[in-house]
Design a protein around this ligand. Structure first.
Ligand SMILES: [Zn+2]
Length: 198
């Protein structure tokens, strides 16, 4: 039996979310049907605003509500260090640790030849532009310890080798394949403190 078109559309939309298969999508769609009109409107508005009110910071690439994000504008932070992370979730994990007071650069991905993602497909060019700033003394590579994260770190190290910037890599306290995003704060702090120069 076919579902009415509006329900089918919602099922198809839910199925675009990660980890949601057809069965769960159907359950969510029928749950949505039972929700109060006001709650559905709020849910829909949150989804609309989510995209409309967010943009990437022109400096670090972080997703936020302004052209230049609060971290990049914060003059109390250490201008001489940039921590390079794969994505916004990793940046948040670093911030939650409350032990890092430098700046960031969000790659929005990693180099992954297997998936056809090259250096030009991630936010790398602007990192090189930032590296011309003489105030930058250290770049910490905090990509994950996956093969792609390691490969991306080596690639960045290579393109920075003719600069005076010290390039460091966070210590491998984080076990292979586990994400920085999910590392506990103590492990992450240790990985940061134990960073090694490449
Ligand atoms: Zn920024």
């Amino acid at each position: 039996m076919k579902y009415p078109i509006p329900i089918l559309n919602l099922i198809n939309s839910y199925m675009k979310l990660p980890g949601i298969g057809r069965k769960t999508a159907i359950r969510l769609a029928f749950h949505t049907l039972k929700m109060k009109d006001q709650d559905v409107t709020e849910f829909a508005n949150a989804l609309m605003d989510f995209k409309k009110n967010l943009c990437k910071c022109n400096v670090c690439g972080r997703i936020n509500e302004k052209q230049v994000c609060d971290i990049c504008l914060d003059s109390s932070r250490d201008m001489s260090i940039i921590c390079v992370v794969e994505n916004d979730q990793d940046l948040i994990a670093m911030e939650n640790m409350e032990q890092y007071n430098g700046h960031y650069h969000v790659l929005n991905g990693v180099i992954s030849p297997m998936n056809g993602i090259g250096p030009n497909d991630i936010n790398l060019k602007s990192l090189l532009e930032r590296a011309h700033d003489k105030r930058i003394k250290e770049i910490i590579l905090a990509t994950n310890s996956s093969p792609e994260g390691e490969g991306t770190a080596s690639f960045i190290k290579n393109i920075l080798k003719n600069t005076d910037i010290k390039v460091t890599r966070i210590a491998q306290g984080i076990s292979f394949g586990s994400d920085i995003e999910y590392a506990d704060e103590v492990t992450l702090a240790r990985a940061l403190q134990g960073r090694i120069e490449l």
